[in-house]
Design a protein around this ligand. Structure first.
Ligand code: ATP
Length: 472
């Protein structure tokens, strides 16, 4: 059995996203733009929900967290200090005939995957993450690995992922700046101001959601890997003398797991933890784990968590010459706190949520997005049974107006009820509310459930509270 058998093919998800307005190719009218996607009306709502749920769970509901919003363009020294200018690299190989470029580790991974399918006993403990660039070069040449088009490849060389641009109005006097490669550094550079302006005491965390940019060359993974993407990162600061980092690390792992399974409703069997080996881990990190999701193209990193010690604060302190130390209000001791960093991409969360929710209901001949009500773009759809009966339409409008003040709902009066249900199933709307002739008699509406297609009657006045109870 293939490891991805339970998951829908990526093409089906891409097709649904396009058909129903979740995700479009960027610059479609010009033939598209590599590794870039725009979000349509439903994708924008879904992103918004995921973002808000993350912020609510990790910032609003926690007394030990605050949030910030720093700039995409920052002082270029930020990225020298963080090590991104010097070593934010991926290994690149080029097809010597077509000149298409690939990530060497991805080419090797695909080659190993194929070898394993032919001989399951081969490459048992192989991990491409453990290979240095020299080892990748040796692997490619020893195994005569070719490009996906079957052509010879160049030796791998490193290329920097940071995207550059220029600032300044006078030509010749412009200076180089970088589009941020992660949101985290904005947290470290604002650390002093946050200490000075808020009432936080260790241990505490700072969270941020925002756009990051990377010069990604790998294509074909839809919104999993894009040039421009949204990150949700937390830096959780603590005193390593008084806090057991292992316990803290584990509690963050539990919080990440709960967010994905309980808040976003993703199935546990599609998630697994993977610890980075000593070779793969950054030199400053004491422990790093990835929470992997079973994407349609295999198990891949969804969310990373790393114990980064005081590496980043120390680097920003050294480069800026500013004191970034924390002063303990009880003991008066001053020191640089250590940090645990859970970092996730909002767009990867979206792809995971869509993949996990996608279901072809053979029995009822329909495609359904079984999104959790909290993630679903619309919580309910409101229909008048017939478009040409003013008394039905005005009652339905009244219900729509009442509900839409409380949560996102959608109106539909096109076509017959069966078609409206199928459309709502495909976009993941958990409930459809139909105003029919019985509504005019006794005030009840038909409430139809997306997943079971079951219908029941509920008084129109009770619908809002009933849906709200499911959103808790
Ligand atoms: P990968 O190994 O997949 O390139 P990474 O280890 O470089 O990811 P981090 O730098 O740890 O990723 O970034 C934190 C999170 O940001 C990742 O877990 C992922 O969810 C998200 N992310 C990183 N790069 C991208 C990208 N190019 N497109 C979309 N999301 C991304």
């Amino acid at each position: 059995m293939s490891e991805n058998q339970a998951q829908p093919p990526l093409e089906d998800i891409v097709s649904l996203c396009k058909r129903r307005g979740f995700v479009f190719r960027t610059s479609e009218i010009y033939g598209g733009f590599a590794n870039s996607y725009d979000y349509g009306p439903l994708g924008a709502e879904l992103l918004h929900n995921i973002r808000n749920l993350w912020w609510q769970e990790f910032v609003t509901l926690r007394p030990d967290m605050v949030g910030i919003d720093s700039q995409i363009l920052q002082h270029p020294e930020t990225w020298v200090a963080s090590g991104h200018v010097g070593s934010f690299h991926d290994p690149l190989v080029e097809d010597t005939v077509t000149h298409k470029r690939y990530r060497a580790d991805h080419v090797i991974e695909a080659w190993v995957q194929k070898a394993k399918e032919e001989n399951p006993a081969s490459f048992q403990d192989f991990s491409v993450e453990d290979l240095s660039i020299e080892e990748m070069e040796a692997f490619l040449s020893e195994n005569q690995v070719t490009s996906p088009d079957g052509n010879p490849l160049t030796a791998p060389k490193t290329f920097n992922l940071l995207m550059e641009t220029e600032l300044g109005v006078i030509s010749g006097e412009k200076y180089k700046v970088y589009l941020r490669g992660e949101t985290a550094q904005g947290i470290f550079t604002n650390f002093r101001q946050i200490l000075d302006t808020t009432r936080v005491t260790l241990p505490f965390g700072i969270g941020q959601i925002g756009k990051s940019f990377r010069n990604e060359i790998t294509t074909g993974q839809f919104v999993f890997r894009t040039i421009e993407f949204e990150q949700a990162e937390i830096e959780y600061f603590f005193n390593p003398e008084t806090t057991h980092w292992q316990e803290l690390f584990q509690s963050w792992q539990e919080s990440m797991w709960n967010f994905v399974t309980k808040t976003l409703g993703v199935r546990e069997e599609n998630l697994q933890w993977r610890q980075h080996s000593d070779k793969e881990r950054s030199f400053y990190s004491k422990d790093t784990w990835d929470l992997d999701y079973r994407f349609p193209f295999g198990w891949k990193e969804l969310w990373g968590i790393a114990y980064r010690t005081d590496y980043d604060l120390k680097a920003q302190q050294t480069h800026s010459g500013q004191n970034l130390e924390y002063r303990d209000p009880h003991t008066g001791e001053t020191f640089l706190p250590h940090v645990i960093e859970p970092a996730v991409g909002i767009n990867r969360l979206l792809l995971m949520v869509l993949t996990d929710a996608y279901w072809v209901d053979q029995e009822n001949n329909r495609t359904v997005l079984r999104l959790s009500p909290r993630a679903a773009p619309y919580k309910a759809a409101v229909f008048p049974l017939l478009k040409n009966k003013p008394e039905l339409v005005s009652k339905a409008q009244e219900i729509f107006a009442g509900l839409s003040r409380q949560f996102p709902v959608v109106w539909d009066d096109r076509g017959n009820i069966g078609k409206r249900y199928l459309y709502q199933d495909e976009i993941g709307t958990p409930f459809c509310i139909t105003v029919d002739f019985e509504t005019l008699e006794n005030g009840t509406v038909t409430l139809r459930h997306r997943d079971t297609t079951e219908q029941e009657r509920l008084h129109a006045d009770e619908v809002a509270d009933w849906i709200k109870s499911l959103l808790q």
